[in-house]
Every structure is written in C-alpha cells, then in structure tokens.
Design a protein around this ligand. Sequence first.
Ligand SMILES: [Zn+2]
Length: 298
Amino acid sequence: MNLPDPLVRVSGAVEVAADVLVIPNNDVGLVPNIGVVCGTEAVLVVDTGLGADNAAEVLAFASEVAQGRRLLLTTTHFHPEHAFGASAFPSYLVNRAQADELRHKGSGYLEMFRGFGGAVADRLNGTEVPVPDEVFDGVHTLDLGGRVVVLRPTGRGHTVGDQVVEVPDAGVLFTGDLAETGQFAIFPWFPPHDTDVSGVGWIGVMDRLIAAGPRVVVPGHGSAGGPEVLEVVRDYLCELRDETWRRRDSAMGVEEIVAEVRAVLVERHPEWVGQEWIELGVGCLCAEASRLDGFSVD
Ligand SMILES: [Zn+2]
C-alpha cells in the first residue's frame, strides 16, 4: 500500500463557531478533523492525529491558543488516527467503553496500521497505545469556564466506544467517524479480529444525533457542515441496510450481494470516495441479520 503521509496541518485551523476551532483534514486519508474548544479556564482538544509527531504539533497549536489555560484532551473513539497521539497530552479523559477498546484492541490496530508501511508506519515509530488519565461512566460534563462541553458516549455504532462531543452554547457537534462527508461510511468490519461495528446500532445513533438538532456538525473526516451531514449518513446507512437485507432475504450469496449492492450505491453516490467500505458494510449487516434471525427464532 502506498498511502499519502497523514500529516496534520495546524496552519489550516478555522473557527466554526465562537472559540471553537477545527484543524481540518483537507480530505487526506488517515487525518481526522481535530477540534479545539475554548472556555475561560480550560481548552479541550478533540482527537490527536496519527502518532507522536502529529500530536506534538496539535499540542503546540493548542498551547498557543490556550495561553496558559488548562489543556485537556478527549478522543471520539480508539482508532489510531484519532487517539494514537494522546500520550503527548497532559490530561487525557475518555468514556469507559473507549478505554476498554484501547486496552483490548489498541495493540492489534497499532500493528495493522504499521502494516500499511510507508509514511503511515513512519508516523507510528515510537508511538504507543495511549492510557487515559481519567475514565468516566455515562455522560460527562466538562466546565471549561463560561462554557460547558458534553462528552456523550453513544452506544455501539462505528465502534463500541464511540462518543460525541457537544458544545451546546455554540450548537457544535463533533461526531468522530460516526459521520464523514464525501465518502462511504467507514465499517471497520475485520473478522475475525474486530467485528464490533454495528450498522443497526449506528442507524439508531444517527437518529438520536439528528433529533438533538446541532447547528454545526464536524465529521471525523471531510468538510464540516450543518445537520444535513448527519442526515446524509443516516440515509446512506439505511440504504445500505435495506439493499443488503432485501437480497439476503432472497437467499442470494454474499459475493453476489456485495457486487449488486456496490453497483447500486456507487451509482447513487458517484462522487464519494472509499468504495472499499461498502463490501465491509454488507458483511457487517449480513452478520447482524443472522443474529437478528436467531433472536426471532428464540
Ligand atoms: Zn474510526
């Protein structure tokens, strides 16, 4: 594989709301959108970029913004480009399920990403699986001084430990990889190593995020936008589920389902990248349908 260098460019940071900055990923693979949310007493960074060097750049940028205010870090989920730079930060807090995933799956993902070789492997030199300084249960409210931020675990979707970060006074929502723009939804369906992604759970999560009515949505990758970012993802996930399950019900083999669903969805979204995720999404949803069948028989 010859992937582009997943370099975080802090100079591109933009203000998406008052005192809410985003370091955009500029559509570079394995670079996440990174948030910097400011209160009068503390500044919260959301996600780190891949590896220690990117994280050091993000930390330096956030320190300059903070001007002596306390710096905190949280991550939207445990995947390496979102979390594997956290050791650089003085105070790293996450939800319980995400901390568990870091502990159980972190080293496997570190190996997988090193296996991509090239610039991706280089960025993971000397990078370790981070250990959170603080782990919380349930919804966690942070008072940054004149501004409250809500760290909300969503339940299983893209991963088991997904959490979104809400800035209620600004109407901003950081989704992590529960939402992307300009690409097919990322299904980390890697049997037998990791089969925790849930298309069914994910649709429910998106419905709840849409109902909460954010004004500005910062996806894990791709351009920020309004609530339509969430609706597009939800609608796509429903298409993927319906197109997959309809064919599965007619006893079609998985390979044939993949080929047909892929053709239908690429035709509907010709401008999106990441077509390789469709097959993994079909695999996930076929397995979930089997589980649901088993449940209904009991
Ligand atoms: Zn992810």
